[in-house]
Design a protein around this ligand. Structure first.
Ligand SMILES: CCCCCCC[C@@H](O)CC(=O)SCCNC(=O)CCNC(=O)[C@H](O)C(C)(C)COP(=O)(O)OP(=O)(O)OC[C@H]1O[C@@H](n2cnc3c(N)ncnc32)[C@H](O)[C@@H]1OP(=O)(O)O
Length: 279
């Protein structure tokens, strides 16, 4: 059985020890399309909090494998579903840390399955750095009889957004972003993308997640990455590299509520249920 919730839920994955340098941070920012000195030059380099999400596997050169206790899923069936990061301390431009991950939940959405992971990164000196909660959406892997889980929904204010940000992506964006540790062929190989049901390779969800975080930090948080305390989003629809992202932002109760769409496809949904909290 590809998913056995009785085995999967609560399973601890092997610890990942990882380190990073300013070269990794610079490459990450470049792969998000950054060109500002504060992101692409090592003097006074600041670090987007979303780097934390990719840092543990930044040096990976093989496609991800979706195989842990009680779970064995073909990569072509898998889409990134949701991502959240809670920042405990601003990320330094270089460091060493340990990531501990567990399978927090497995939901049965009928035809699809949703696998939720929680992970905590702690610096080698013992400083908690960040916590993540993410899910993958595995098409055709449901029907194992598990709970459907909660329906997440962030209510949008009924007024006009406080800001609308347009961020272009590059035609080669996914090829660049692959160098940040996710060599899933879905983002590069047309034949694999077709097998997965797409007309062309799609952009990594985490690339979109980072691009939008940067756009919001630059436009609304004075370009200060250290102000972000939490950032969560659901990947509602795909992005094709080269498309322009439109992000509508509402200031709401001390946080920013975001919706991102693809401009060239009549504002097709990209990110929803997205919230960024800040100091
Ligand atoms: C360990 C190593 C892991 C490796 C991971 C791989 C990493 C990367 O390389 C992979 C990627 O980056 S893929 C690119 C980023 N992701 C995407 O583009 C996904 C875009 N989203 C979609 O296409 C659809 O929303 C889609 C298809 C996700 C869902 O659409 P529908 O089938 O129409 O579903 P819908 O009818 O709207 O909802 C059915 C139930 O599922 C829940 N749901 C929907 N979207 C979800 C999402 N994105 N994440 C989690 N749950 C989601 C709905 O809430 C609904 O459940 P319920 O009825 O209980 O509310």
């Amino acid at each position: 059985m590809p998913i056995d919730p009785a085995v999967a839920v609560g399973a601890e994955l092997p610890e990942v020890k990882f380190s990073w340098t300013s070269s990794d941070v610079l490459l990450y920012h470049l792969a998000l399309g950054a060109s500002e000195l504060s992101y692409v030059y090592e003097r006074d380099l600041q670090v987007l909090p979303t780097f934390g999400v990719v840092a543990p596997r930044f040096k990976a050169t093989e496609p991800p494998v979706v195989k842990f206790p009680g779970i064995d899923i073909d990569l072509a069936r898998v889409l990134h579903g949701t991502q959240e990061i809670t920042v405990h301390a601003p990320l330094p431009a270089a460091g060493e840390a340990v990531l501990r991950t567990r399978v927090a939940d497995v939901f049965d959405k009928g035809s699809a399955a949703v696998v939720v992971q929680e992970a905590t990164a702690v610096s080698v000196d013992g400083t908690p750095l960040y916590t993540m909660r993410s899910s993958i959406f595995a098409r055709d892997e449901g029907g194992f009889g598990g709970s459907r889980g909660p329906s997440m929904k962030v209510e949008l204010p009924s007024r006009e957004p406080d800001a609308v940000l347009e961020t272009p992506t590059l035609p080669q964006q996914a090829y660049l972003y692959r160098l940040c540790g996710d060599r899933n062929p879905l983002h590069a190989d047309p034949e694999f993308a077709r097998r997965a049901g797409f007309e062309a390779p799609i952009l990594h969800g985490l690339c979109t997640y980072g691009v939008v975080c940067k756009a919001v930090v630059d436009a609304l948080l004075d370009g200060d990455t250290a102000r972000v305390t939490n950032y969560s989003a659901r990947f509602t629809g795909v992005v094709f590299p080269g498309e322009t992202l439109r992000t509508r932002v509402w200031r709401e109760g001390g946080r920013l509520v975001l919706v991102t769409t693809a401009v060239e496809r009549d504002d097709a949904p990209v990110l929803s249920d997205a919230v960024l909290t800040y100091t």
